[in-house]
Design a protein around this ligand. Sequence first.
Ligand code: TTP
Ligand code: MG
Length: 576
Amino acid sequence: MSASPARNDRRIILHLDYDCFYASVFEVEQPALKSLPLAVQQKQIVVTCNYEARRRGLNKLQLIKDAKRICPDVVIVLGEDLTKFRDASKDLYLLIRSFIWGGRVERLGFDELSLDVTEMIDYNVGLLNPNTMTTSFFHLDQKDPTVGFAYDATKFVGSTYPPTEEVFARPPDIASLEMKLLIASHLNGYLRGIMEHEKGFTATGGASTSKLLAKLVGSVRKPNNQTTLLPPYETSQEAASNVIPFMDAHEIQKIPGIGSRLAHKLRSLVTGPDTGDQKVTVRDVRLFPGMGPVLLEKTLGGPGAPKGIGMRVWNTLHGVDNTEVLEARDLPTQISIEDSYGRGRLDNMESVRRELTILAKSLIRRMRTDLLDKTESNPGQARWLAHPRTLRLSTRPRNAPETDGVRTYNANRISRSAPLPTFLFHMDENIDALADRLVREHVLSMFRKLHPEKSGWDLSLMNIAVTNLVESAGDQKQSSGRDIGKMFRQQETVLKDWTVQEPVERAVIMQPNVSEIPEVPVPEVPGWTLTAPPDEADVWEEGDEESLGDVECALCGAAMPHFAQLAHQMYHAVED
Ligand code: TTP
Ligand code: MG
């Protein structure tokens, strides 16, 4: 077997995953829902449900009809319009980011955050006084020593992996990784408290030295809890690493970055090709004879696979992840809206026009939400922060049935692009009129070029997107998103567990935008692009794609987003 990869545990990373996120958005709007079993519906699926519903036997990605059977008094709310989830997600992200030095916060999907708090922890370790550990003070601001909270530096907040006594017989050495993680657990608890008391959302937290480990250890105790992965991380003469047994116990597919396809290949390698979807753990793969980066590259590499996949997965199996916390762009790279359609729903030009107009309306609404400068008090004069240059229409035709009547799933989209007409930026016209004009004057002709036949297409999906965004010059987006003085005053009353000192003014740290952007010509747009199928379900990350549904389940006919497909299949497997 190859040597274990080298560790580098200099960073301290926190992970936050909001509890039953979509359901919580409804609960925050209507707190009476909290005590009821609540499920959020998209198409015929429960995309999430609150923990009261989970106590009564409901699950994420269950069919609505099954949820009603298992829990007849379940309250079902529609969650197909993602606007409120997106807004809540942005709001929580900005709240948390306002505390983190350097704005080192990455959004993963709608409801997860990775925070690089190394600098904050190093600074606070440097200020520890060994004689007054139980009455330490966490500094949230380097310039103002009064801003922060009191904490006991002899105890972890929340749970640990492996579990430990709350009070140490001997507090950890101040210079140790354990001490840093202990302090990080207090920051984690503080941020979760702020989220709950300011916004009403609970989250589950993890603390470790990488995005991978912080995320995985965070999910050890859900909901509304947090877990810190305790050192040692490396095996030494004194003690064995905690990381290896922690990683080893996970099913291979539960590991971030090892999606369904890679997991399938690894399972086939370990158990043989015909053993179905037998459970295989990280340990099974790690200890497989001859295992190492070379065998992994041979098993997982090939056309379309990222370069160096063998080494990356080898590192992952050992809990080694050196990827940086990437700060989110404030502007999306593209905006795209799509919907899926059952058989026969799009078989004439009138129905295509009608559906395209619905998509176009959502698209323009999203452009106004995401790309307009909201600091302008008169909405009619709001400035565009970026101008997309390209309009793209994509469709996904269904495969015709084979001779035996079986219809195979076609994952390929075909698309056509054209320059985006500038009238879409007119703020004095209403969205309905703009959408109508966009479809009549532009999108329909793109559609006819994609599908020259007069009728008879059988499309399972249509998507309209604006891409190739060019940021506007002279953007002044350093607006303060929050009044931190007010926040600290509020905390005095709401956060009983955390001592809060003087109020202070502080602005949200936004990434400065490039102040001068050269005029970029409209690019050459190819007439035809045949897009490869996306690497479905390997990772689920919130892109700029807004999908209301994507694939049909062959067993029950339910339509669902493509990322839900695998979990849905597993659901059927359990049911059987
Ligand atoms: P998750 O974090 O997987 O779920 P959750 O936050 O609802 O529940 P948990 O407490 O277990 O973390 O996903 C976040 C949101 O994304 C979820 O509220 C609904 C949505 N979602 C989908 O739209 N499709 C999916 O397949 C999944 C898994 C989630
Ligand atoms: Mg969640």
